[in-house]
Design a protein around this ligand. Structure first.
Ligand SMILES: Cc1cc2nc3c(=O)[nH]c(=O)nc-3n(C[C@H](O)[C@H](O)[C@H](O)COP(=O)(O)OP(=O)(O)OC[C@H]3O[C@@H](n4cnc5c(N)ncnc54)[C@H](O)[C@@H]3O)c2cc1C
Length: 416
């Protein structure tokens, strides 16, 4: 089977690049072995939160300084003007797929972590509680509801943190007969299953009733992120109770992340893209004419051919790069990596220090084409978390790098 572009890895980077390409009439295949980082993420998208250990509030203003300090950073390769343009395109692309967000590229806002702490971010889904301020919340009094028996959400921690910021909270419990079905097996009481249960209109009305009754003049109701995976939404609930309801991310799995992944995948397929989930690319051959032949675990000898290849297999977490005893390798094709062969250099002793291994990934030139044995492979690009030269945790730029490098690469391919 022949394609214009094959994308290996269908997380945020692979999907973004694929959506942009199929939108311009290109025939694309995404092969993705499993869940992506989105399934475990906060559900918010970070662009840039820190440069050289200093918190920044305007990511765009900080790009010049970041580029001087680290010319290998993906944003330095993209260039400031493109960062602005792709950041806006990324927000619009997400919205087209049904992933609506709030936030701007030139001003971070603050999301609330599962422990009630404020963290800067770029884009958040509108049903999540956020604050424009890093030290205060927009409410004086809230009601925090948890689902009876749900262990991935901890209202007491959240309440303590809220109090430090001057917001009082009541902690209340939601218990409906429908929840008994999930409680029969405690491992079933997860955010995604709870969301499915409240797709049922009677259960949803019961939920609204409990909140209306328990609210006690609060300005807002806070619940764990366990609603709205498919149908019944937070805005509908807010209207039924006549009070704004917001979600706070739970410990993984991430409802908002899974929802974004599913919506983007559906949009890609609806636009004509092919998505093979649960299959692993295990071999890539380059034909004499420079085109690519890809084989996968599920398709034996069948060769998938393309003129362009995009590797978006993620970082260590998704096995896009792998740490062996004394070296870091890219497992599909043995591409060149930026890393140290001295294991002692990988880690700093203090967990919270700038960890070197976070910067490791595949080496690319300025247009994100990969290298093998020091030579650039034409038309073979890498996007997202597999790239080297940035620290998504410390700098708070994980989603931004995935979205922006994917759009940059799509632009290179479309220019041809
Ligand atoms: C646990 C976790 C939480 C995070 N939370 C946030 C957050 O809250 N905000 C934020 O901005 N950033 C966050 N990040 C940063 C994250 O790296 C990026 O946001 C982004 O989602 C990475 O997308 P990606 O597509 O580059 O890689 P991934 O999401 O890792 O996707 C790679 C995909 O490639 C597939 N794959 C791997 N090898 C193969 C193969 N050989 N063949 C076929 N498929 C393959 C994997 O199964 C996976 O689906 C988080 C990262 C992690 C690991």
């Amino acid at each position: 089977m022949k394609f214009d572009t094959i994308l290996i890895g269908g997380g945020l980077a692979g999907l973004t690049c694929g959506i942009q390409l199929v939108g311009q009439g290109k025939k694309c295949l995404i092969v993705s072995s499993g869940q992506s980082a989105l399934h475990f993420s906060s559900g918010s998208f970070d662009l840039l939160n820190q440069v050289n250990g200093e918190a920044i509030s305007n990511p765009i203003e900080a790009i010049d300084r970041l580029s001087i300090l680290n010319p290998s950073h993906p944003y330095a390769k993209i260039g400031k003007a493109n960062v602005v343009s792709y950041a806006r395109q990324a927000k619009a692309l997400l919205e087209r797929t049904g992933v609506e967000t709030v936030g701007e590229e030139n001003k971070n806002h603050f999301r609330i972590t599962p422990l009630g702490i404020l963290k800067p971010t770029w884009l958040s889904v509108p049903d999540y509680a956020v604050s424009p301020d890093d030290k205060a919340l927009p409410w004086k009094k809230v009601s925090i509801f948890n689902i009876a028996g749900f262990l991935d959400f901890h209202p007491t921690f959240i309440c303590e943190q809220f109090e430090k910021m001057g917001t009082q909270s009541d902690i209340l419990t939601i218990d409906t007969p429908e929840l008994d079905i999930l409680r029969r097996n405690p491992s079933e009481l997860r955010a995604t299953n709870i969301s499915q249960l409240f797709e049922n209109e009677t259960a949803f009305r019961n939920l609204a009733g409990i909140m209306r009754k328990g609210r006690n003049h609060s300005e807002a109701i806070i619940i764990p992120a366990c609603l709205g995976l498919n149908g019944n939404s937070i805005s509908k609930l807010s209207a039924m109770i006549d009070c704004p309801v917001y979600m706070i991310p739970t410990f993984p799995p991430s409802l908002a992340g899974i929802r974004s992944q599913r919506r983007m995948m559906k949009y890609f397929q609806k636009s004509g893209g092919y998505y093979m989930l649960g299959d692993v690319v295990n071999n890539i051959q380059i034909a004499p004419d420079g085109s690519f032949q890809v084989t996968t675990g599920n398709h034996g000898d069948v060769r998938f051919c393309s003129s362009n290849l995009v590797l978006a297999t993620g970082s260590f977490f998704s096995r896009g790069i792998v740490a062996l005893r004394n070296k870091i390798v890219e497992p599909v094709m043995g591409l060149d990596t930026y890393s140290s062969d001295d294991r002692n250099e990988w880690y700093a002793e203090n967990f919270f220090d700038d960890q070197k291994y976070q910067y490791y990934g595949v080496k690319t030139n300025d247009t994100f084409q990969v290298m093998k044995e020091g030579k650039v492979i034409e038309n073979f690009y890498a996007a997202g978390a597999i790239l080297s030269g940035f620290n998504p945790l410390k700098e708070g730029c994980g989603s931004g790098v995935s979205l922006l490098t994917a759009l940059h690469i799509a632009g290179q391919i479309l220019k041809k």
